[in-house]
Design a protein around this ligand. Sequence first.
Ligand code: KG4
Ligand code: ZN
Length: 332
Amino acid sequence: MYRYSTILGIESSCDDTSAAVWQNGKILANETAGQPVHEAWGGVVPELASRAHQSHILPVIQHALNRAGIGLEQLDAIACTQGPGLMGSLMVGWNTAKGLALALQKPLIGVHHLQAHVAALHLEHEVKFPLLTLLVSGGHTQLLWIPEPGRMQIVGESQDDAAGEAFDKAAKLLNLGYPGGPHIDRLASGGDPKAFSFPDSQTPDLGFSFSGIKTSLLYFLREAQKENPQFAQDRLADICASYQGQVVSSLLKRVKKAIQLYQPASMGLVGGVSANSELRRRFTELGISKQIQVCIPSFTYCTDNAAMIAQAGSMQLEQGESTPLSALPFAR
Ligand code: KG4
Ligand code: ZN
């Protein structure tokens, strides 16, 4: 039985303000306010992000508590993203969490954002160990080896761009808006993934690299548009499908290698890019073909959310961890 039965989770590391209420292993509420203000800029503008968090944070927390039917006095602990992320964004959530912990005289628990993405696996699955996890977000691409709960080792990571950046930068080249991943995913569903070919990067061991494929798309478009200036518009779905297919192949090639090396009992897929439908489909197929348990969180728990923060917080509290109120957020 959980000692800390009711936890408020808070996430504000980038451009989503989110609050969740976790009780005895269940999510009672998970409320998120996005920030469409960044779309016009083609990326997250830090100053605008902190301002938007400032106006969203209290209403979002109140919303989550109302939806859960939980009063502040019922909370046993406050879990909040401590880092990494944008400093101005982190500070809004962190200071709110500190204020609540101080006023309620309850423990504060600082959560590492990437560990929380991994903790999201436990929200809906009885995860078997040892676990191999592919973490793919806007800032990170990592293969994590988790032999038992609480022990984690990075066994592969990107040498340059993250998988999310590969999607976002391609979307920018194609004038699709920010964040680009969901646009490419949607358009790719109507295209032919074999229409064009983009090169996979050559990396040693379990390393990833995505700067090459983005550059190859740039040159490919330049060349094709010399003959037909409308090329990108005319063949948008095929370009998206082919590009997405190569990014997914590049990710899965390393996952396959890691399965051979580590022989996991289950494989997890987490982080914002795990919302990608092609990646989810082919990752699941791979797990089935290798007879390994596949754990992929539902869409709401893939992109940044506070439910995963509360879940990670509960696991840390179970280990007896809490964070002093003097602790600062960290950007890296
Ligand atoms: O984990 P996340 O929400 O924020 C970070 O911590 O970075 O990940 C955001 C990233 C963005 O790069 C976004 O384009 C990507 O996740 N993303 C997707 C999809 N949905 C979000 N990429 C591909 N396909 C999607 N459906
Ligand atoms: Zn994230």
